[in-house]
Design a protein around this ligand. Structure first.
Ligand code: ARG
Length: 591
């Protein structure tokens, strides 16, 4: 039970004793921490119903609650009940947290199975800056669910079946890199040895540009794409080898960001389910033909209101339009929506998760709304299944526009990571630490992640390396630094560790900060946004710094007190490390 629930229970008993209902009782953190730690406005809300003045009712509840060894209740004008947690209450809480394998993070009452779809890299296309937020946000939400007791499965959902594959292979063929597979002495089982990722990163953009001006090239690429989808050799074999090459690189890049996936499936894995998916819509009468394509009307009543035309030749427009989903094109090509619907069909056959969470940028919101509605209409997703799209905003440069290279081009994912690591290395060398690349990665990535996750997920944010990397302030490195400081204290301490025994205002604030931290997890769980956790972790780190600055820990003369202060250090370290782990940020031993 959390302290807040404990308080509610104690007050609840007093209220019941008075013959009143407790439905409206809720206890919240105080917004006047100098006066109290928690408060409730229960008396203000029900006074009228029971025909009393709020302050009288509050006083009566406090009287009925009586003495309590953990809490001190007081009624204050106009009718609040303030709650101060006594040191004994804070000690009981802190020592319980230390013993708990979940460190006081409340576990969900009914654990569920969630499937996470994030990452979204495309095979044969280089990862760019737009691919950074999905693994950062997705990994954190996934870890949060794990920490709170849910089961999770993560799937990177590669873009591995589209036109980009046909284009790339066609370009490679034309440039002579695939001679072993074609021509007189062709060997469909040849091994690709002359193709590198750097080459792919050149060939795809080249082909992509060409398709816009060269109709014949585009048609050929479409055909190659179809061959791949039909598993025709040598196209399919070449595709698989290129995919393996590309996926190895993608994996490495995600791992640099502490992001891992249980499944490396992709659009291609849903391919066998496409025909069946379309059939379901046709058989249920949910699809209709329109200009040679098959479409599904997903707009709800009132949402799809046609606007009267001024002239009959005008295209029909709608008020509040939710356009129909196109599930099959006139040329039979498979579409993004269809693939996602088929993927849900596949996932439900294989895993039947209680919820599927997609993490992409907000430009895909319309797409997912259509996909989800289609799945519900067709019964591909059972009514009880929750489908969630976590839509994040754009990462902007300091000018407030989407982050670009100096020349205005797209920034590569790799370049952002290198920049982070190099900046962290510089910063470390200013502090006298040189040549520790892994440490620099942990700090650079921690800086980026905290800078990202401390914003409300839906909002755009500004990528500001200097600000993110500051060793003090609301940053990842500051929290890492706090842990490193504690490590250095612990390294110098020998002997047995005591218990948390709050003696000072500084220690009180630490335990209260952990209380807040532990209540932030539920907020993040409900909102799919990590900002509350980021801020509470900072508050805890900063509460520790105050203790550190004002208190001699290792030099404390009283041995009992010294080992209890060490216990406070361990308490803070464990809670901060857990918070960082959930955010996908590594702790560091030293920095
Ligand atoms: N590959 C896509 C892209 O680069 C993202 C995939 C997101 N996930 C999904 N199930 N559609 O935009």
């Amino acid at each position: 039970m959390t302290l807040r629930e404990e308080i509610a229970k104690t007050l609840g008993k007093a209220i019941t004793k008075m013959g009143l209902g407790t439905e409206k009782l809720s206890v919240s953190f105080s917004n006047r921490p100098e006066l109290c730690d928690f408060q409730t406005s229960f008396a203000l809300m029900v006074a009228k119903e029971v025909g009393k003045k709020p302050i009288e009712l509050a006083e009566e509840i406090v009287k009925n609650a009586g003495e309590n060894k953990f809490f001190e209740f007081s009624a204050v004008i106009p009718g609040f009940i303030n709650v101060k947690v006594k040191n004994a209450g804070l000690n009981a809480y802190a020592n319980d947290v230390l013993k708990d394998k979940n460190l006081g993070i409340e576990q969900v009452k009914n654990p569920r199975l969630l499937m996470f779809d994030y990452g979204g890299a495309n095979v044969a296309k280089e990862l760019h800056v737009g691919h950074l937020r999905s693994p950062i946000v997705g990994e954190a939400i996934k870890r949060l669910h794990e920490a709170m007791g849910d089961k999770t499965i993560s799937d990177v959902h590669l873009g591995d079946y589209g036109l980009q594959m046909g284009l790339t292979i066609l370009q490679l063929k034309e440039d002579g890199y695939l001679n072993a597979f074609f021509g007189k002495n062709a060997n469909p089982n040849a091994k690709i040895t002359n193709i590198t990722l750097d080459l792919l990163n050149e060939e795809y953009p080249k082909a992509s540009k060409r398709k816009d001006v060269d109709e014949e090239f585009k048609e050929k690429a479409d055909l190659f794409t179809l061959y791949i989808q039909q598993h025709k050799e040598p196209y399919f074999g070449i595709y698989k080898q290129i995919k393996d090459l590309s996926v190895a690189e993608i994996k490495k890049n995600y791992e640099l960001l502490n992001t891992t996936f249980d499944l490396y499936l992709g659009e291609s894995d849903a391919y066998p389910y496409i025909d069946e998916t379309i059939d379901i819509f046709v058989k249920k009468g949910l699809a209709r033909e329109s200009e040679g394509a098959l479409i599904v009307d997903v707009a709800r009543e009132g949402e799809h209101i046609p606007i009267p035309k001024k002239d009959p030749s005008e295209p029909q427009r709608y008020k509040n339009p939710m356009p129909p989903a196109i599930i099959k094109k006139y040329n039979g090509g498979d579409l993004y929506a269809t693939t996602d619907i088929a993927t849900i069909l596949m996932r439900n056959r294989d895993y039947n998760p209680d919820e599927i969470v997609y993490v992409t940028d907000n430009r895909q919101s319309g797409h997912f709304e259509q996909v989800f509605r289609c799945c519900k209409l067709a019964g591909i997703s059972p009514e009880s299944q929750k489908l969630t799209h976590v839509a994040f905003g754009t990462m902007n440069g300091k000018d407030g526009k989407p982050f670009k290279t100096r020349a205005g081009g797209t920034v590569k994912y790799k370049d952002v990571l290198n920049m982070l690591i190099e900046s962290a290395e510089k910063k470390l060398s200013d502090n006298g630490i040189v040549g520790n690349k892994e440490l620099a990665r942990r700090i650079g990535v921690g800086a980026m992640k905290y800078g990202d996750l401390s914003n409300t997920v839906a909002k755009d944010y500004v990528f500001d390396m200097d600000k993110f990397l500051a060793f003090d302030g609301k940053t990842g490195p500051y929290i890492q630094y706090t842990i490193a400081r504690i490590n250095s204290i612990l390294a110098k301490f020998s002997g047995e560790i005591g218990v948390v025994d709050v003696q000072s205002e500084e220690e009180r604030n630490i335990v209260l900060a952990v209380l807040k931290l532990n209540s932030s997890y539920q907020i993040c769980y409900d909102t799919y946004s990590m900002n509350a956790l980021c801020l509470s972790a900072f508050d805890l780190a900063s509460a520790f710094s105050t203790l550190y600055n004002n208190t001699k820990i290792l030099a404390e003369k009283d041995a009992e007190r010294r080992k209890n202060l060490i216990s406070v250090c361990v308490f803070v370290k464990k809670c901060l490390e857990k918070a960082l782990w959930i955010l996908g940020i590594d702790s560091v031993e030293k920095m």
